[in-house]
Unconditional design. Sequence first.
Lengths: 123, 123
Amino acid sequence: MKQLNQEYQCAINMVIEIIGGKWKVLILWNLNEGTKRFNELKRAMPGITQKMLTQQLRELEEHGLVMRTVYEEVPPRVEYTTTDLGKKIQPTLFEMCKWGDLYAEEKGIQMNRCWSSYDFMEE
Amino acid sequence: MKQLNQEYQCAINMVIEIIGGKWKVLILWNLNEGTKRFNELKRAMPGITQKMLTQQLRELEEHGLVMRTVYEEVPPRVEYTTTDLGKKIQPTLFEMCKWGDLYAEEKGIQMNRCWSSYDFMEE
DNA sequence: CGGGATCCTCGGGGATACTG
DNA sequence: CAGTATCCCCGAGGATCCCG
């Protein structure tokens, strides 16, 4: 499927390829709360299509940020959770979010703040 | 030209739109060293086309991360420098870079490390 | 020197229908 | 429930040529 380039002028370009998808950071954020099922994620992200959710999850899995667990039941149950590598990027995402909030404030941009509370990072 | 959406589910998505362009972080990095001329930037980024450099610089300018100064001379001289807002995102970019290096190490990915030395951030 | 104007390609991403 | 499988569109980004 989607492969990373071998040549990067800087690690950041790789990072952007890894988390730059339209929904990736949102997925990571939702999984940060804990393990979730497919439809649970879908409901948490209004506007995302099944195809996109599946695809973005697969790429996150291939890149080792998310783990997928299939339970052999009927009806099927599939759970997603972040790996250690995935958890380690969370502080970075918070940094991005904080700068975004600063930016929005200076530019007078209104937005939903899904990460409005950074409380559990403060400790 | 390129406008930001009004609706974001999270500030991070806005941030990714702002710096997610293929060359944006590279440009910001180069400008982090100080003011540079157009061709100076171009030479510093092998592979970038004139059109892309111009376009990405314009967008960074519109978003208030970069300032463009035109000197009315012959031949023309145009200089680019980061704004306060642009400088404030640098620590965040470093965080991304560090995670990228960690990721590359775990995955055994080789890459040029344009930010291999974080020395001046350590102080 | 520092662009602008055009044309074109390719793949990200949406809509819809089907399935174990 | 958690996906495939198709079809299709649009826009990011490259190549090329022209300009004050």
